[in-house]
Design a protein around this ligand. Structure first.
Ligand SMILES: [Zn+2]
Length: 268
């Protein structure tokens, strides 16, 4: 039986933001800011792709069906619950083989449980990670992260062809072992997942690797990126990307035992 206070039921679980005729941003405003991730619906001439798929609390397929007549394949940037929570309800799901999307770690909407699983006790986490429920009777304590059915493994350099545009897969470990980003070389758009976003970058989670993260950041700096469509928060341009990269690399390269805490910058 749930031990938390009753949460309000909301009709609109998702927030939908049309970026342009080929790109729609979907996020979950009733989810705590640490877990309110961006899902990107990318529409091509011949095929659509969903980059990540949120926490899995609301009915994402129903929403997507309102936005496109084609069932999109889900491309998972990595296996964390706020990016792959709904993956199991989609028929086609792609991910990097080093990412445990078919046997994901435990997930929870209970703040203390989730923080302990991710080693995030230093963060100010509320008892519940959602502030509303999508329908009457939804019990947050029953939440579990379910395995995705992977129909294609993606590797660095693979190209995802949408008909009139292509996304190149970049394997960028650091935040997690099999984190990927998708790069549209024709227009400079980078779908970056949690590899880079404009806030605290997490490099001390289970599976994180700071040395690899630094290498990933140096690789990203060489790319002709025009705009970053990240896994969390607002989009940003190349100048901001470079600043985030340079700050991260500088802070991550302090010697072991140094006084800085590289993964815990917060600038805003
Ligand atoms: Zn993540």
């Amino acid at each position: 039986m749930a031990t938390h206070p009753a949460l309000p039921v909301v009709q609109e679980w998702f927030r939908v933001t049309a970026i342009d005729s080929t790109l729609t941003l979907i996020d979950e405003p009733h989810v705590h800011e640490l877990l309110d991730a961006n899902t990107w619906l990318v529409r091509g001439r011949d095929r659509d792709r969903l980059v990540d798929c949120g926490l899995g609390v609301g009915d994402l397929p129903a929403l997507v069906a309102q936005l496109t007549a084609r069932e999109p394949t889900v491309v998972l940037t990595h296996a964390h619950l706020d990016h792959m929570g709904a993956a199991h309800v989609f028929a086609h799901c792609w991910a990097h083989p080093l990412e445990a999307v078919e046997s994901p770690e435990l997930g929870s909407l209970l703040g203390s449980v989730w923080a302990a699983q991710g080693g995030l006790q230093d963060f100010d986490v509320p008892p519940l990670l959602i502030s509303a429920v999508p329908h009457e009777g939804y019990d947050p304590s029953s939440y579990e992260l379910r395995p995705a059915h992977v129909t294609r493994h993606l590797r660095d350099g693979d190209r995802i062809d949408l008909g009139d545009r292509a996304l190149t897969v970049l394997h960028l470990p650091g935040h997690s072992p099999g984190s990927i980003a998708l790069f549209d070389e024709a227009d400079g758009t980078l779908f970056s997942g949690d590899v880079v976003y404009d806030d605290v970058l997490l490099d001390e989670l289970p599976g994180s690797d700071r040395e690899k993260y630094v290498h990933t950041m140096k690789r990203l700096r060489e790319l002709p990126v025009r705009i970053v469509r990240p896994g969390h928060g607002p989009s940003f341009d190349r100048q901001r990307l470079w600043r985030i990269i340079d700050d991260y690399v500088a802070s991550a390269q302090v010697p072991a035992g140094g006084s800085q805490e590289p993964g815990f910058r917060r600038e805003t």
